[in-house]
Write a protein that binds this ligand. Sequence first.
Ligand code: NAP
Length: 459
Amino acid sequence: MLRVAVVGSGPSGVYAAQTLVQQREVPGVRVDVLDRLPCPYGLVRYGVAPDHEKIKSLQGSLRTVLEDERIRFLGNVEVGGERLTTARLLELYHAVVYCVGAARDRLLGIPGEELAGVHSATAFVSWYSAHPDATAEDFGLAGVRSAVVIGAGNVAVDVTRILARGVAELRPTDMPEPALGALAGSGIREVAMVARRGPSQGRFTTKELRELGTLPGVDTQVRAAELALDPAYADPAAAAALPAVNRRNVEVLRDWTTHGREAGARRITLRFFLRPVEVLGDADGRVTGVRFERTAPDGRGGVTGTGVHEDIEAQLVLRSVGYQGVPLPGLPFDAARGTVPHAGGRVLRDGRASVGEYVAGWIKRGPTGVIGTNRPCAKETASSLLQDAAALARRALPADPLDALRAAGLSPVPWPGWLAIETAESALGRSLGRRSVKIPDWPTLLAAAATATGDEPAW
Ligand code: NAP
């Protein structure tokens, strides 16, 4: 038997586990999928926006994999802490695949970023997704009339949409009650999503962008003058040379220049060629707006400053400028890239492949791509591992690692525990007259998991 631990139960972890057990070359592979949280699915549960039900439904196929009899889910197991070091984990398994994602947000590095009312989009997403580590604040939404979202990726689109959506559209989702209540009580009328480069260089995908123009009661606008600054907008030959997604994005944006304002509507404004230089605040240390510098294309895909400034008013600022990987104690880390150095998924220590250690997903390639991008990424890693399998399997291992995890003071939540959490979330939803509603805190999640009945998972 080849015993493998996959650390992280998001898409890359689940796809890695699936590839390892479904292949035929190496028989008898068994995989424990460990997660720091008691709940599986990583960013599909805690990152995909609650109103994106179609993408969320991917949980169904991840679930089928985790219910495979050759795979065992063990939640509430933190790797890299005192109780379970990476070295100890490798004593318990022939191989470990780290699929721990890229958990940290990036800073802008401009004055005023520390003002009250300035947050990372990651923190906002975690809060409305009921991540149990999210801070319990309400983002001061009751006092917010206008918000600025900095960045032009899909996360920026997500948080812009959630801020602008009416509560009637959010209520049928699994959004936790505190976030739903705060958004319902929000006074937001204006959301500006601001990009430092041009419309043809947005990182959002067209489907996500287009959706911003379909929100009931929301008027979505762009300024024709800002679109015209982009050579790929003004010049048909340059537009034709764009990658398809960027070309389609420009077409969507072109349509929005003609929108007039509906009376009483909330408004989303997409702004371009503005780079943030300072967050502005009042005497009490609360944000009042963001100062941007107008930029211009530099002819090489980048922009240069023009020295012209514009202030946009905001009582809430979300920076949405990408994620970055966090070093896991005991694993090598390339701080510049925010990833673990690897060759074909094999972890490199001082440039040489470390026996039995692998990476997949964002911690391997950086925070890029859509969920499906993780499938080939995880496959590459799994096939490296399978090539090494004969040598790895020679090592004798102690008995069931579950005993060792418990002996180390950990309290793993097995699959029936997760199913009990799901049941509790359905019951919570029913009690509120809603569909299933997520539980947002550790004690309630663990208490729900503890009500699980059913067989102990064993090898
Ligand atoms: P992203 O796609 O990398 O976008 C980051 C944005 O921040 C870019 O517009 C970037 O501009 C901007 N930026 C970076 N540094 C900046 C600075 N100092 N000042 C101003 N702007 C700055 O990151 P993301 O939105 O966090 O998304 C991460 C990944 O998750 C992406 O692959 C995304 O597609 C995926 N995702 C997908 C979905 C979906 O499919 N529905 C939803 C959410 C996330 P430049 O381009 O100029 O650098």
